[in-house]
Design a protein around this ligand. Structure first.
Ligand SMILES: *[C@@H]1O[C@H](CO)[C@@H](O)[C@H](O)[C@H]1NC(C)=O
Ligand SMILES: *[C@@H]1O[C@H](CO)[C@@H](O)[C@H](O)[C@H]1NC(C)=O
Ligand SMILES: *[C@@H]1O[C@H](CO)[C@@H](O)[C@H](O)[C@H]1NC(C)=O
Ligand SMILES: *[C@@H]1O[C@H](CO)[C@@H](O)[C@H](O)[C@H]1NC(C)=O
Ligand SMILES: *[C@@H]1O[C@H](CO)[C@@H](O)[C@H](O)[C@H]1NC(C)=O
Ligand SMILES: *[C@@H]1O[C@H](CO)[C@@H](O)[C@H](O)[C@H]1NC(C)=O
Ligand SMILES: *[C@@H]1O[C@H](CO)[C@@H](O)[C@H](O)[C@H]1NC(C)=O
Ligand SMILES: *[C@@H]1O[C@H](CO)[C@@H](O)[C@H](O)[C@H]1NC(C)=O
Ligand SMILES: *[C@@H]1O[C@H](CO)[C@@H](O)[C@H](O)[C@H]1NC(C)=O
Ligand SMILES: *[C@@H]1O[C@H](CO)[C@@H](O)[C@H](O)[C@H]1NC(C)=O
Ligand SMILES: *[C@@H]1O[C@H](CO)[C@@H](O)[C@H](O)[C@H]1NC(C)=O
Ligand SMILES: *[C@@H]1O[C@H](CO)[C@@H](O)[C@H](O)[C@H]1NC(C)=O
Length: 820
C-alpha cells in the first residue's frame, strides 16, 4: 500500500495529501481516555498563533494534552489563557483552554471531545464533537514569504465553526476570551485595557450588530519600557484581540474577573457589554477580555478572531546617522495600528488564497524532488521489493520485510518502523515503512510557521544605505530560546535553505543590516561579527568587538550566504556593492581556516575545540564561494582583479591538505578533529558545495560519508558527533541532502519518527537525544532549544530542488517579489 511513492501529492489541490497510514479508529492510551487522530504526525507542540517573536502561542501534546485539556503556552512554556466555548441549546462545550477547571462544577459546562488534529504549513485544525454539533477550530498563521507587507503583520487568525451533525438547527452561541499573561508573565504588573469599535473606545453601547463593525480589545502595560523585555515578553506595545459580529448579528463583550465573566456567560449565554474599570492588576482579580456571538437557531455558524502583539516602533538600530527607532514595515504598508488590524481582518480571503499557493508549491516541489531523486521512481529495485504483510512472520507483531532499496529489515507493525537485519544491522538503525516524501512533508510543513515567526520587518532609517536605491525592509531576527541575539549569523546560516527556496530576497533583508553595521565602521574586528546586538530588539552592534567569538564560522557563513543569495536571485549588483567586506572576511579565512585554532563553532553548546574538521571545510567552501563571487563581480568591474584565481587556488590547495588531515586512517569517514583518531561527526558544511555547485569537495568524500552515517545511526537519527548522543535536526537535514538516497531516507524518516514519538514537550526543538525517548539533551544540562528559526534548514532538499531548477532552466531564480 504505502510503498508506492510516485505521485504522493496528486496535483495542486489541498486535498492531495492523504496519509494512507492515518488510523480510522481513535488511539487509546489510558482506559477511558481517547486521543484525537493526528495528521500528518503528532508533534510535541502544535503552532496556534505564531507570527512574531512576541506572538507565539502553542498547544502542547505532552501528557496526552490537547487544545482543551491545558493552557495554551508562549513559546518558552509560559502559560497563556485563551478560552473558547461553543454553547449549543444551553450546554457550553469548552474547546480551547482550561478555564473550566477553575470554575465550580456546572451541569451545563462540559469539555468538547477532541477528534482530530491536523496541520499543514499554514494551519492547525482541531475538530471536536460537542453534543449535536461538530466544532472546528482552525488556527491560521499565514506563511507568505514572497509578500513582504503581509509577512510583516504580527497577527494570526482563529476561525471557529459549529456545524449541526443531526440535521436539526440548534441555538448556538460562541464565547472566547484572553487574559493579560499574553503581555506579561509577571502577574503583579498592572495592565490597562479598552474596547475599541472601529478605533473608537466604547463601553456598554455602540454598534454591536453590524456585521462589519470591528471590535478590538487592546491591552497594554501601565508602565511600559520601550525596547525592553521581561522573560522574553515585550515591555512595550499593544496586544490586540479582535472580532466582528459577522453573521451573528449580535455580539456582546465584557472584561472582568475571569471566574465571574466565564461563570456568568455559562449561566446566561451572553455578556453584559461593560468594560470593567481599568488599572486593575492581575491575578488579584485575574482579568479576562471576552466576546460572545449569539446566532440563535442555526444549522451552522462561524466566528473569526485575530490576535497578536503589536509594537511601534519595533527595533532600535545603530547606523551612521546614530541610534534610530525603526517603525514596523506594516506601518508603511497599512498606516496606524487600527488600520493594520482592519486591513488584516478584511484580507482574510486573499491571504487564505496566498497561503494555499505556498502550501501547493510545497507539496508539488516535494513530489517533484522525490520523483527526480528516489530510487523508487528509477525502478531499479522494484523487483526485490515486497509490501507488508511479509512472508516470514517471526513474532506476533514483528516481521521481516524488504525495503525499497532491497535491504532486509525487521518490521514492527505497531509503529510501522523496523531495523535493518544482517549483514547490515549496524546500530539500531530505524527503517520506517512510511514514504520518505510524506515523512519529509510532516517535517517541513511544521517548520514553516516556526522559521518565519522570529523575524520582524522594519522601515530603514532615512539616509541609511538601505533606504536609498530600493524600497525594501530590513529584517531582524530574534535568536529566540538560545539567547535572544539579533541577526545571529550562525542562526541565519542554518535557516538559509528555507529562504533560498521560499524567497531569497529575505536573505538580503537580513544580511543588509549586518553589512551596514560593519561597513559603517562600527565593528573593530577583521572577521565577521557574530550578531547585530546581544538583546533583541536592540540592534546596536558590538562597537567594542566583544561579541561571541566564532571568527571562522561567521566569516565563512557570511560569504556563503551572500554568494547563495546571488546564485538564487541573480542580483550581481548587490554582491558587487558589498565585495570589499566579503574580501576582508576571505582574507581572514585564508589565514585561519585550514588549521582552525581552539574556538567555538555554531554548535557552541559542545564547547571549544581545536582543528575542527567541519569548521575547516566550511572555511574552504567559503573561499571557493569567494572565488565564484569574484568571478561574478569581474564581469561588471575591475574591483576584484585577480581575486577569483587567487581564492580558487587557495581553496584547491587547502582542500587537498584538508583531505589528508580530515580523513580517518581507516578511510571510512572524516574525523571530528584532526588529532582525534576514530572520532566522527556530521559533515554538514559540505552541503553548500553541492547546493551552489562549487565542486571543491570530491565525490569520494560524499560517498564515504554517505556510507558511514548508517553505521553510527541511532533510532532517532545520527548523533552530531561521537562525543554525545544528541543531534541537531537542521544539520541532519543538511547532511541528508549530501547523501545517497538510502542514507538520506534514513535521516529523513528518523527525524519524522522522532517528531511523532519524542518526549520533548515544546515547539519543535532542533537539539535532541537520538536514543531513549528522544528527549532534550541530557548532557550538557538539558538545554531546551525551542521554536528556533534554524528549522529553516529542514528545507535543505527543497533548496537543492530549486537549485536544480535554476540549472535546468539555465537561469537564476527571480526572487524580487516585494509586492504588498
Ligand atoms: C485547515 O482548515 C483550512 C480551512 O478550512 C483548510 O483550508 C486547510 O486545508 C486545513 N488544513 C488541514 C491540514 O487540515
Ligand atoms: C513582581 O513579582 C516579581 C516576582 O514574581 C518580583 O520580583 C517583583 O519585585 C514584583 N514586583 C512588584 C512591583 O511587586
Ligand atoms: C534595549 O535598550 C534599552 C535602552 O538602553 C533598554 O532599556 C532595554 O532594556 C534593552 N532591551 C533589552 C531586551 O535588553
Ligand atoms: C499602542 O496603541 C496606541 C493607540 O493606537 C498608540 O498610540 C501607541 O503608540 C501604541 N503603543 C505602542 C508602543 O505600540
Ligand atoms: C442578542 O443576544 C442577547 C443574549 O442572548 C439577547 O438578549 C438579545 O435580545 C439579542 N439581541 C438581538 C438584537 O438579537
Ligand atoms: C463602563 O461603564 C460602567 C457602567 O456602565 C462603569 O462602571 C465602568 O467604570 C465603565 N468602564 C470604563 C473603563 O470607564
Ligand atoms: C429553535 O428551533 C427549535 C426547533 O428546532 C424551536 O423549538 C425553537 O422555538 C426555536 N427557537 C427560536 C428562538 O427560534
Ligand atoms: C544483527 O542482529 C541479529 C539479530 O538480532 C544478531 O543475531 C546479530 O548478531 C547482529 N549482528 C551484528 C553485526 O550486530
Ligand atoms: C532584483 O532587484 C535588484 C534591486 O532592485 C536588481 O538589482 C536585480 O537586478 C533584481 N534581480 C532580478 C533577478 O530581477
Ligand atoms: C592541529 O592540527 C595540526 C595539523 O595536523 C597539528 O599540527 C596540531 O598539533 C593540531 N593541534 C592540536 C592541539 O592537536
Ligand atoms: C505516529 O505514532 C503513532 C503511535 O504513537 C502511530 O500510530 C502513527 O502511525 C505514527 N505516525 C507516523 C506517520 O509514523
Ligand atoms: C545557457 O547559458 C549559456 C551560457 O550563458 C548559453 O550559452 C546558452 O545558450 C544557454 N542555454 C539556454 C538553453 O538558454
Amino acid at each position: 500500500m504505502l510503498l508506492t511513492l510516485t505521485h504522493i501529492f496528486t496535483g495542486l489541490t489541498l486535498a492531495c495529501f492523504v496519509s494512507a497510514r492515518r488510523r480510522s479508529t481513535h488511539l487509546t492510551d489510558a482506559p477511558g481516555q481517547t486521543l484525537p487522530v493526528y495528521s500528518p504526525v503528532r508533534p510535541p507542540a502544535i503552532p496556534l498563533a505564531v507570527r512574531s517573536p512576541y506572538t507565539s502561542a502553542w498547544s502542547t501534546t505532552a501528557g496526552d494534552g490537547t487544545l482543551n485539556s491545558a493552557n495554551v503556552r508562549f513559546w518558552n512554556g509560559s502559560p497563556l489563557e485563551w478560552e473558547g466555548i461553543v454553547t449549543v441549546d444551553g450546554v457550553s462545550y469548552e474547546y480551547l483552554g482550561a478555564g473550566s477547571q477553575s470554575l465550580p462544577t456546572m451541569p451545563n459546562l462540559v469539555s468538547a471531545t477532541a477528534q482530530s488534529v491536523s496541520y499543514d504549513s499554514q494551519y492547525s485544525n482541531f475538530t471536536f464533537a460537542a453534543g449535536p454539533v461538530k466544532i472546528t477550530a482552525s488556527f491560521f498563521s499565514a506563511v507568505t514569504p514572497k509578500d513582504v507587507c503581509r509577512s510583516s503583520i504580527p497577527l494570526s487568525y482563529l476561525a471557529t465553526t459549529a456545524e449541526s451533525t443531526d440535521g436539526q438547527s440548534h441555538n448556538v452561541q460562541f464565547y472566547s476570551d484572553i487574559n493579560a499573561a499574553w503581555i506579561s508573565k509577571e502577574s503583579n504588573k498592572t495592565v490597562l485595557w479598552q474596547l475599541y469599535q472601529d478605533a473608537q473606545a466604547v463601553n456598554g453601547s455602540g454598534d454591536l450588530t453590524s456585521a462589519n463593525t470591528l471590535h478590538s480589545w487592546i491591552i497594554q502595560l501601565q508602565s511600559p519600557i520601550m525596547f525592553a523585555e521581561d522573560s522574553d515578553f515585550p515591555q512595550w506595545g499593544n496586544f490586540s484581540y479582535t472580532t466582528s459580529p459577522l453573521g451573528s448579528g449580535n455580539l456582546s463583550f465584557q472584561s472582568g474577573s475571569g471566574v465571574d465573566v466565564r461563570y456568568n456567560y455559562v449561566q446566561k449565554g451572553s455578556l453584559n457589554s461593560v468594560v470593567h474599570p481599568a488599572y486593575r492588576g492581575w491575578p488579584f482579580q485575574e482579568t479576562v477580555f471576552a466576546y460572545s456571538h449569539n446566532f440563535g437557531n442555526v444549522s451552522s455558524a462561524s466566528v473569526r478572531y485575530t490576535i497578536g502583539s503589536i509594537q511601534t516602533p519595533i527595533i532600535r538600530y545603530l547606523y551612521h546617522g546614530g541610534v534610530a527607532a525603526l517603525q514596523p514595515w506594516w506601518a508603511k504598508c497599512y498606516g496606524d495600528m487600527f488600520a493594520m488590524i482592519n486591513f488584516h481582518w478584511n484580507d482574510f480571503e486573499a491571504v487564505v488564497a496566498l497561503g494555499n499557493e505556498f502550501e501547493s508549491q510545497l507539496k508539488c516541489d516535494i513530489d517533484a524532488y522525490y520523483q527526480d531523486n528516489d530510487v523508487e521512481s528509477s525502478g531499479s529495485n522494484h523487483a526485490t521489493r515486497q509490501s507488508p504483510p511479509y512472508a516470514n512472520v517471526s513474532a506476533a507483531d514483528t516481521m521481516y520485510g524488504t525495503d525499497q532499496y532491497g535491504q532486509k529489515y525487521l518490521f514492527n507493525s505497531d509503529t510501522a518502523y523496523g531495523y535493518l537485519v544482517p549483514p547490515k544491522n549496524l546500530t539500531g538503525l530505524a527503517v520506517p515503512d512510511v514514504s520518505e516524501a510524506q515523512a519529509y512533508y510532516s517535517i517541513v510543513a511544521l517548520s514553516a510557521r516556526q522559521v518565519m515567526h522570529p523575524y520582524v520587518y522594519a522601515v530603514p532609517p532615512s539616509g541609511s544605505c538601505s533606504s536609498s536605491g530600493y524600497a525594501d525592509p530590513l529584517m531582524f531576527q530574534k535568536e529566540i530560546s538560545s539567547d535572544g541575539n539579533v541577526n545571529t549569523v550562525d542562526v541565519l546560516y542554518p535557516a538559509t535553505p528555507f529562504f533560498l527556496w521560499a524567497n531569497p530576497e529575505m536573505l538580503r533583508y537580513t544580511l543588509q543590516p549586518l553589512f551596514e553595521n560593519q561597513e559603517g565602521g562600527f565593528y573593530p574586528n577583521g572577521y565577521s561579527m557574530h550578531d547585530l546586538g546581544t538583546n533583541f530588539p536592540n540592534a546596536t552592534g558590538h562597537v567594542e568587538g566583544n561579541d561571541e567569538y566564532m571568527p571562522v564560522e561567521e566569516s565563512a557563513n557570511f560569504i556563503i550566504m551572500s554568494y547563495a543569495y546571488y546564485k538564487f536571485s541573480g542580483n550581481a549588483a548587490w554582491l558587487a556593492s558589498h565585495y570589499p567586506l566579503l574580501k576582508q572576511f576571505a582574507a581572514y579565512l585564508t589565514e585561519f581556516s585550514l588549521i582552525p585554532a581552539a574556538q567555538l563553532s555554531t554548535d557552541d553548546f559542545a564547547g571549544q575545540l581545536v582543528n575542527q574538521t567541519n569548521l575547516a571545510i566550511k572555511g574552504i567552501v567559503g573561499l571557493q564561494a569567494m572565488a565564484a563571487a569574484a568571478r561574478v563581480v569581474s564581469t561588471t568591474s575591475t574591483a576584484s582583479g585577480n581575486d577569483a584565481t587567487t581564492f580558487a587556488s587557495t581553496a584547491a590547495d587547502y582542500y587537498a591538505q584538508w583531505e589528508d588531515l580530515a580523513v580517518d586512517r581507516s578511510a571510512t569517514h572524516t574525523l571530528l578533529a584532526y588529532q582525534w583518531r576514530s572520532s566522527w561527526g556530521l559533515l554538514y558544511n559540505i552541503y553548500p558545495d553541492k547546493l551552489l555547485n562549487l565542486n571543491i569537495v570530491t565525490p569520494k568524500v560524499y560517498e564515504m560519508q554517505s556510507d558511514f552515517y548508517p553505521t553510527v545511526s541511532q533510532i532517532f537519527g545520527v548523533p552530531l558527533d561521537n562525543r554525545h548522543h544528541y543531534t541537531k535536526s537542521d544539520w541532519m537535514m543538511w547532511t541528508a541532502a549530501t547523501c545517497s538516497a538510502p542514507t538520506r531516507r534514513l535521516f529523513v524518516n528518523a527525524l519524522a519518527y522522532w517528531l511523532n514519538s519524542t518526549s520533548t514537550d515544546g515547539p519543535f526543538t532542533d537539539l535532541y537525544e537520538t536514543v531513549d525517548t528522544g528527549s532534550y539533551p541530557l548532557v550538557p544540562d538539558k538545554i531546551t532549544f525551542q521554536a528556533r528559526p534554524v528549522v529553516g534548514g529542514h528545507y535543505a532538499m527543497l533548496a537543492l530542488y530549486r537549485a536544480g531548477m535554476n540549472d535546468d532552466e539555465n537561469s537564476t531564480m527571480t526572487g524580487n517579489h516585494t509586492s504588498g
